[in-house]
Ligand binder design. Structure first.
Ligand code: NAD
Length: 253
């Protein structure tokens, strides 16, 4: 199926590793011009080369710490200088620390809000005017299954990510007549570096497979397939939606 992504400019946040990288790779396979970003210049360079070599697509990497406003501004400016306005934006960040309520101080919440919420909102604010002018855009936020069903010992994610959900749903309504879709994708337990670390540090995470109806973890490739579809031309009538890619983990309907 031609997803209609060829030559679209796609900016994927936090994409040197893990889910962001798998989405960048999926978009590159469909012929998009992909801009990746992350904090570590070396890892980013390796990822850029890996995606270029395996897909032949145009890939450009920009070092950026998404918690810093000046770096976000630089990211969107360099991206526009390179290939013009962004058609597809996938927001993502590194995962928040695990822990329960007692383990977080007020300052921690400030940091979490900046990291998980403001980083996405600000990049969206910076690319949206061009999307409106072009009457075209795809915005997809990577959140977590935690926005539909809290994950134990992950109060930071459970709390702050829910704000993104409300923001995305409101935004989807505000920009719907501009040909811009705004959706949210919720990864379940997916085998990335972050999950391996969480499993190593917390033995309880080792038991998660038992709670997944499919009795296995997801792969980054399975996640990317769904994400790429949601930002494609083929998904033109889907907006304001939240899609779980979780092997059935979320219990509600
Ligand atoms: P990961 O640790 O494998 O990759 C995270 C990426 O974010 C890396 O490229 C890292 O360099 C980048 N990053 C981190 N902080 C950054 C910053 N300040 N600025 C720029 N880049 C930054 O994690 P992942 O498993 O790919 O998870 C991605 C997101 O999805 C996280 O927010 C995570 O909480 C969420 N999530 C993951 C799972 C899972 O099972 N993997 C499940 C639910 C939600």
């Amino acid at each position: 199926m031609d997803l209609g992504i060829k030559d679209k400019v796609a900016l994927v946040l936090a994409s040197s590793k893990g889910l962001g990288k798998s989405v960048a790779l999926g978009l590159a396979r469909e012929g998009a011009k992909v801009i990746i970003c992350g904090r570590d210049r070396n890892v980013l360079g390796e990822t850029e080369n890996e995606i270029k070599n395996s897909t032949g697509a145009k890939v450009f990497s920009i070092p950026c710490d998404l918690t810093q406003e000046d770096q976000r501004r630089n990211l969107t400016k360099l991206s526009k200088d390179k290939w013009g306005s962004v058609d597809i934006l996938v927001t993502n960040t590194g995962g928040p620390p695990p822990g329960s309520f007692e383990e977080f101080e007020l300052d921690d919440w400030d940091g979490l809000f900046n990291h998980l919420f403001l980083s996405a909102v600000d990049v969206i604010k910076k690319v949206l005017p061009d999307m409106k002018e072009n009457n075209y855009g795809r915005i997809l936020t990577i959140t977590s299954i935690s926005v539909k069903q809290p994950v134990d010992n992950l109060i930071s994610s459970n709390a702050v990510r829910s704000a993104i959900l409300g923001f995305m749903k409101s935004l989807s309504n505000e920009v719907a007549t501009y040909g811009i879709t705004v959706n949210n994708i919720m990864p379940g337990f997916t085998l990335t570096g972050r999950l391996k670390k969480l499993m190593d540090e917390n033995p309880k995470f080792g038991e998660v497979e038992d709670l997944i109806p499919m009795k296995r973890l997801g792969t980054p490739e399975e996640f990317a397939s769904a994400a790429v579809f949601l930002v494609s031309e083929s998904a033109s009538y889907i907006t304001g939606a939240s899609l779980p890619v979780d092997g059935g983990w979320i219990k509600g309907f």
